[in-house]
Design a protein around this ligand. Structure first.
Ligand SMILES: O=C(CO)[C@H](O)[C@H](O)COP(=O)(O)O
Length: 231
Protein backbone atom coordinates (compact mmCIF):
# COMPACT_ATOMS: atom_id res chain seq x y z
CA UNK A 1 0.00 0.00 0.00
CA UNK A 2 1.25 3.49 -0.92
CA UNK A 3 2.50 5.46 2.09
CA UNK A 4 1.29 8.97 2.95
CA UNK A 5 4.30 10.68 1.35
CA UNK A 6 3.80 8.76 -1.91
CA UNK A 7 0.10 9.73 -2.01
CA UNK A 8 0.93 13.40 -1.45
CA UNK A 9 3.46 13.24 -4.28
CA UNK A 10 0.88 11.52 -6.51
CA UNK A 11 -1.70 14.26 -5.88
CA UNK A 12 0.98 16.92 -6.45
CA UNK A 13 2.04 15.41 -9.79
CA UNK A 14 -1.57 15.10 -10.95
CA UNK A 15 -2.25 18.77 -10.10
CA UNK A 16 0.95 19.90 -11.79
CA UNK A 17 0.05 18.01 -14.97
CA UNK A 18 -2.94 20.35 -15.51
CA UNK A 19 -0.99 23.60 -15.12
CA UNK A 20 -0.20 25.71 -18.16
CA UNK A 21 3.21 27.25 -18.60
CA UNK A 22 3.61 30.99 -17.89
CA UNK A 23 0.88 31.22 -15.23
CA UNK A 24 0.88 33.26 -12.05
CA UNK A 25 0.59 30.60 -9.37
CA UNK A 26 -0.41 30.77 -5.71
CA UNK A 27 1.53 28.20 -3.71
CA UNK A 28 0.11 26.66 -0.55
CA UNK A 29 1.50 25.62 2.81
CA UNK A 30 1.84 22.26 4.56
CA UNK A 31 3.34 18.87 3.81
CA UNK A 32 1.20 18.20 0.71
CA UNK A 33 1.89 21.68 -0.65
CA UNK A 34 5.56 20.96 0.01
CA UNK A 35 5.35 17.81 -2.13
CA UNK A 36 3.86 20.02 -4.86
CA UNK A 37 6.64 22.61 -4.45
CA UNK A 38 9.24 19.86 -4.94
CA UNK A 39 7.50 18.65 -8.11
CA UNK A 40 7.25 22.24 -9.35
CA UNK A 41 10.93 22.86 -8.54
CA UNK A 42 11.97 19.86 -10.65
CA UNK A 43 9.99 21.20 -13.62
CA UNK A 44 11.32 24.75 -13.16
CA UNK A 45 14.86 23.37 -13.26
CA UNK A 46 13.92 21.61 -16.49
CA UNK A 47 12.78 24.96 -17.98
CA UNK A 48 9.08 25.32 -16.95
CA UNK A 49 8.16 29.03 -16.73
CA UNK A 50 6.04 30.19 -13.79
CA UNK A 51 5.79 33.04 -11.29
CA UNK A 52 4.86 31.99 -7.75
CA UNK A 53 3.22 33.79 -4.84
CA UNK A 54 3.63 32.05 -1.48
CA UNK A 55 0.98 31.62 1.20
CA UNK A 56 3.56 31.63 4.00
CA UNK A 57 7.14 32.57 4.79
CA UNK A 58 7.94 28.86 5.07
CA UNK A 59 6.66 28.20 1.53
CA UNK A 60 8.42 31.27 0.17
CA UNK A 61 11.75 30.08 1.64
CA UNK A 62 11.43 26.56 0.22
CA UNK A 63 10.37 27.82 -3.23
CA UNK A 64 13.36 30.18 -3.40
CA UNK A 65 15.74 27.41 -2.25
CA UNK A 66 14.45 25.28 -5.13
CA UNK A 67 14.90 28.09 -7.68
CA UNK A 68 11.19 28.83 -8.26
CA UNK A 69 10.77 32.50 -9.28
CA UNK A 70 8.76 34.19 -6.52
CA UNK A 71 6.89 37.48 -6.33
CA UNK A 72 4.83 39.17 -3.64
CA UNK A 73 1.05 39.29 -3.93
CA UNK A 74 1.35 43.06 -4.35
CA UNK A 75 3.62 42.52 -7.35
CA UNK A 76 1.21 39.89 -8.79
CA UNK A 77 -2.24 40.66 -7.33
CA UNK A 78 -4.15 38.60 -9.90
CA UNK A 79 -3.34 34.89 -9.96
CA UNK A 80 -4.42 32.20 -12.39
CA UNK A 81 -4.39 29.23 -10.04
CA UNK A 82 -3.55 28.40 -6.43
CA UNK A 83 -2.53 24.88 -5.46
CA UNK A 84 -2.82 24.18 -1.73
CA UNK A 85 -3.46 21.37 0.75
CA UNK A 86 -6.40 21.05 3.17
CA UNK A 87 -7.21 19.45 6.49
CA UNK A 88 -10.69 18.42 5.36
CA UNK A 89 -12.69 18.60 2.15
CA UNK A 90 -16.38 17.74 1.83
CA UNK A 91 -18.51 16.81 -1.18
CA UNK A 92 -19.35 20.49 -1.87
CA UNK A 93 -15.63 21.32 -1.94
CA UNK A 94 -15.92 23.20 1.35
CA UNK A 95 -12.68 23.01 3.29
CA UNK A 96 -11.15 23.24 6.71
CA UNK A 97 -7.66 24.71 6.45
CA UNK A 98 -5.12 26.18 8.82
CA UNK A 99 -3.58 23.12 10.42
CA UNK A 100 -0.24 24.63 9.43
CA UNK A 101 -1.24 28.04 10.76
CA UNK A 102 -1.22 29.81 7.37
CA UNK A 103 -4.98 30.14 6.85
CA UNK A 104 -5.14 33.95 6.55
CA UNK A 105 -2.56 34.23 3.79
CA UNK A 106 -3.89 31.04 2.20
CA UNK A 107 -7.35 32.58 2.00
CA UNK A 108 -6.08 35.93 0.68
CA UNK A 109 -4.04 34.17 -2.02
CA UNK A 110 -6.88 31.79 -2.96
CA UNK A 111 -9.30 34.73 -3.19
CA UNK A 112 -6.90 36.48 -5.59
CA UNK A 113 -6.85 33.38 -7.82
CA UNK A 114 -9.20 32.51 -10.65
CA UNK A 115 -9.05 28.89 -9.52
CA UNK A 116 -8.09 27.03 -6.32
CA UNK A 117 -6.99 23.41 -6.61
CA UNK A 118 -6.71 21.41 -3.41
CA UNK A 119 -4.35 18.45 -3.27
CA UNK A 120 -4.58 15.82 -0.56
CA UNK A 121 -4.58 12.16 0.19
CA UNK A 122 -8.05 10.65 0.27
CA UNK A 123 -8.18 10.55 4.10
CA UNK A 124 -8.94 14.30 3.97
CA UNK A 125 -12.29 13.67 2.25
CA UNK A 126 -15.14 13.85 4.80
CA UNK A 127 -18.93 13.72 4.76
CA UNK A 128 -19.27 16.58 7.26
CA UNK A 129 -16.60 19.12 8.18
CA UNK A 130 -15.47 19.38 11.78
CA UNK A 131 -13.65 16.28 12.96
CA UNK A 132 -10.50 18.34 12.46
CA UNK A 133 -10.43 21.24 14.96
CA UNK A 134 -11.32 24.51 13.22
CA UNK A 135 -8.37 26.94 13.29
CA UNK A 136 -9.42 30.53 14.00
CA UNK A 137 -6.86 33.32 13.62
CA UNK A 138 -7.43 36.01 16.25
CA UNK A 139 -5.98 39.30 17.35
CA UNK A 140 -4.07 39.09 20.65
CA UNK A 141 -6.02 42.10 21.98
CA UNK A 142 -9.12 40.96 23.86
CA UNK A 143 -8.29 37.28 23.50
CA UNK A 144 -10.62 36.22 26.32
CA UNK A 145 -13.54 38.25 24.95
CA UNK A 146 -12.99 36.69 21.52
CA UNK A 147 -12.76 33.23 23.06
CA UNK A 148 -16.10 33.79 24.86
CA UNK A 149 -17.72 35.04 21.63
CA UNK A 150 -16.64 31.87 19.82
CA UNK A 151 -17.99 29.72 22.63
CA UNK A 152 -21.34 31.57 22.49
CA UNK A 153 -21.56 31.03 18.72
CA UNK A 154 -20.94 27.32 19.17
CA UNK A 155 -23.55 27.07 21.95
CA UNK A 156 -26.12 28.91 19.84
CA UNK A 157 -25.61 26.28 17.15
CA UNK A 158 -25.90 23.44 19.63
CA UNK A 159 -22.18 22.66 19.45
CA UNK A 160 -19.72 22.36 22.28
CA UNK A 161 -16.14 21.32 22.69
CA UNK A 162 -12.74 22.62 23.61
CA UNK A 163 -11.28 25.82 22.23
CA UNK A 164 -7.56 25.95 22.84
CA UNK A 165 -4.82 28.45 22.16
CA UNK A 166 -2.32 26.90 19.76
CA UNK A 167 1.15 26.71 21.28
CA UNK A 168 4.69 25.85 20.26
CA UNK A 169 6.19 24.38 23.42
CA UNK A 170 5.17 26.81 26.18
CA UNK A 171 4.73 29.79 23.89
CA UNK A 172 1.74 30.83 21.82
CA UNK A 173 2.02 30.04 18.11
CA UNK A 174 2.34 33.33 16.22
CA UNK A 175 1.20 33.48 12.60
CA UNK A 176 3.16 35.13 9.78
CA UNK A 177 0.89 38.15 10.25
CA UNK A 178 1.53 38.34 14.00
CA UNK A 179 -1.76 36.89 15.24
CA UNK A 180 -2.74 33.94 17.47
CA UNK A 181 -4.65 30.78 16.59
CA UNK A 182 -7.53 29.26 18.56
CA UNK A 183 -8.26 25.64 17.59
CA UNK A 184 -11.97 24.92 18.10
CA UNK A 185 -12.99 21.29 18.45
CA UNK A 186 -16.70 21.77 17.73
CA UNK A 187 -17.17 18.34 16.23
CA UNK A 188 -19.32 18.05 13.10
CA UNK A 189 -20.37 21.48 11.79
CA UNK A 190 -23.85 20.99 10.26
CA UNK A 191 -24.03 24.46 8.66
CA UNK A 192 -20.54 25.70 7.70
CA UNK A 193 -21.97 28.80 5.94
CA UNK A 194 -23.78 29.91 9.10
CA UNK A 195 -20.70 29.20 11.22
CA UNK A 196 -18.52 31.19 8.80
CA UNK A 197 -20.86 34.20 8.84
CA UNK A 198 -21.15 34.16 12.65
CA UNK A 199 -17.38 33.98 13.12
CA UNK A 200 -16.80 36.79 10.62
CA UNK A 201 -19.04 39.03 12.76
CA UNK A 202 -16.66 38.86 15.75
CA UNK A 203 -14.22 41.81 15.57
CA UNK A 204 -11.37 39.97 17.31
CA UNK A 205 -11.43 37.21 14.71
CA UNK A 206 -9.10 38.03 11.86
CA UNK A 207 -10.09 34.98 9.75
CA UNK A 208 -11.17 31.39 10.17
CA UNK A 209 -10.26 28.14 8.46
CA UNK A 210 -13.58 27.43 6.74
CA UNK A 211 -13.02 27.92 2.99
CA UNK A 212 -16.42 28.06 1.34
CA UNK A 213 -17.01 28.63 -2.37
CA UNK A 214 -13.29 29.01 -3.01
CA UNK A 215 -12.10 25.58 -4.11
CA UNK A 216 -12.83 24.65 -7.71
CA UNK A 217 -11.22 21.23 -7.75
CA UNK A 218 -9.86 18.67 -5.27
CA UNK A 219 -7.25 16.18 -6.44
CA UNK A 220 -7.37 13.30 -3.97
CA UNK A 221 -4.82 10.48 -4.12
CA UNK A 222 -5.60 7.03 -2.74
CA UNK A 223 -4.25 3.51 -3.12
CA UNK A 224 -6.41 3.04 -6.23
CA UNK A 225 -5.28 6.21 -7.96
CA UNK A 226 -6.31 9.85 -8.17
CA UNK A 227 -9.90 11.06 -7.87
CA UNK A 228 -10.93 14.57 -8.93
CA UNK A 229 -13.85 16.37 -7.35
CA UNK A 230 -14.96 19.40 -9.35
CA UNK A 231 -17.41 22.19 -8.63
O1 LIG B 1 -4.04 24.67 5.72
C1 LIG B 1 -2.89 24.30 5.76
C2 LIG B 1 -1.81 25.11 6.38
O2 LIG B 1 -2.32 26.23 7.04
C3 LIG B 1 -2.51 23.01 5.16
O3 LIG B 1 -2.78 23.05 3.79
C4 LIG B 1 -3.27 21.92 5.82
O4 LIG B 1 -2.99 21.97 7.20
C5 LIG B 1 -2.89 20.53 5.27
O5 LIG B 1 -1.58 20.25 5.61
P1 LIG B 1 -0.91 18.87 5.23
O6 LIG B 1 -0.80 18.84 3.74
O7 LIG B 1 0.45 18.92 5.91
O8 LIG B 1 -1.77 17.77 5.78
Amino acid sequence: MADAAALKRQAAEAAFADLEEGINLGIGTGSTAEAFIRVLGEHVRAGFKVAGVATSQRTDRLCRELGIPMRTLDELPILDVTVDGADEVDGKLRLIKGGGGALLREKIVAHASAKMIVIADETKRVETLGAFPLPIEVNGFGLTATFLSIRRIAETMGLSGEIILRKVGDDPFITDSGHLILDASFGRIPDPEAMSAALHAVPGIVEHGLFIGMCSEAVLAGPNGVERLKS
